[in-house]
Design a protein around this ligand. Structure first.
Ligand code: PEP
Length: 254
C-alpha cells in the first residue's frame, strides 16, 4: 500500500514563528516515518518559509486551495504556477469548509482539471453532510466525484488523491470518526465510481485517504479495516505529539 499522511492546518497557527516551530516538531517524527509521504498543507503565507525548512527532507508542502486561471485580473487568487514556483507540489481542493463558503462543484472541477494539468498533485475532498437510511448520501458522493473528475484525461488520474471526509465527523473526537467498515464500503464505492468513469486498473491505482477526526487512537483500526492509503488530519496535525503518533502508526502498518 501507499502511505500518505496529510496535515491540514487550516487557518492556523497565527504567527510565522509558531508555524516554524510546529513544522520543526513534525519534522522530527516525519524523518523517522521513512515509509510515509508526509504533506503539510499550511496557510499560503507560511509556504516559502516552510518550503525552505522542508528542503532535504521527504516532507512536502501543500496549499489549501488554488485558482483555475494561470494569470490575469483575479484579485485575491493564486495560480498553480505561483505555488509551484515556491516549492508546492500538493494542493487540497474541494474541502468542505471551502464548499461551505460557496465553492461549487463546477468551481472545483475547474480547479482540479487545471491543477492536475499543470502537474500539481491534487487532494480532492469529498464527503456528505449527513447520512440517511436510504443511501442518498451515496448519490451526493457520486455527484462530487463525477463532477470533479469527469473529462479529466486518464493519464492525469495519477495526480489525484481522493480524501473522503464525511462532514459530520470533522473536528470532533476519535469516537466520532467513521467506522473502519464504513470506510471500507466508501473506498469500494469511490473506486467503483472511478472505474465507471475510466477503468478498473486506473481506479485501483488512485490513492484514497480518510479525514474526519483521525487521531492516534483510531488510525490503526481505520488502516486495518478501512481499505485506505492514509489520512488527512485536521486538528491533530496542530499537536506535534498526536501527529507524530499518527505518522508512527501509518509507518508501522503492514
Ligand atoms: C479536515 O477538516 O480536513 C479534517 C480532517 O479535520 P479534523 O481532523 O479536525 O476532523
Amino acid at each position: 500500500m501507499k502511505r500518505i499522511v496529510i496535515a491540514n492546518w487550516k487557518m492556523n497557527p497565527q504567527t510565522a514563528d509558531e508555524a516554524i516551530s510546529l513544522f520543526r516538531g513534525i519534522k522530527k517524527s516525519a524523518s523517522s516515518a521513512t515509509k510515509v509521504k508526509t504533506i503539510i498543507c499550511c496557510p499560503f503565507v507560511y509556504i516559502p518559509n516552510l518550503a525552505r525548512h522542508a528542503k532535504g527532507t521527504k516532507m512536502s508542502i501543500g496549499a489549501q486551495d488554488v485558482f483555475w486561471e494561470t494569470s490575469g485580473s483575479y484579485t485575491g487568487e493564486i495560480s498553480t504556477l505561483m505555488l509551484k514556483n515556491i516549492g508546492v507540489s500538493f494542493v487540497i481542493l474541494g474541502h468542505s469548509e471551502r464548499r461551505a463558503l460557496g465553492e461549487t462543484n463546477e468551481d472545483i472541477r475547474k480547479k482540479v482539471h487545471s491543477a492536475a494539468a499543470e502537474n500539481m498533485q491534487v487532494i480532492l475532498c469529498v464527503g456528505e453532510r449527513e447520512r440517511d437510511d436510504h443511501g442518498e448520501y451515496l448519490s451526493f458522493i457520486r455527484e462530487e466525484v463525477e463532477s470533479a473528475l469527469s473529462g479529466l484525461q486518464a493519464d492525469l488520474l495519477e495526480k489525484i488523491i481522493v480524501a473522503y471526509e464525511p462532514i459530520w465527523a470533522i473536528g470532533k473526537t476519535d469516537d466520532d470518526a467513521l467506522s473502519p467498515s464504513g470506510m471500507h464500503e466508501m473506498s469500494l464505492y469511490i473506486r467503483k465510481l472511478i472505474a465507471q468513469l475510466y477503468d478498473r486498473d486506473i481506479a485501483d491505482k488512485v490513492s484514497i485517504v480518510y479525514g474526519g477526526s483521525a487521531e492516534p487512537n483510531n488510525v490503526q483500526l481505520l488502516l486495518d479495516g478501512g481499505d485506505i492509503d492514509g489520512f488527512l488530519v485536521g486538528h491533530a496535525s496542530l499537536e506535534t505529539d498526536d501527529f507524530g503518533k499518527i505518522l508512527q502508526v501509518v509507518n508501522n502498518c503492514k
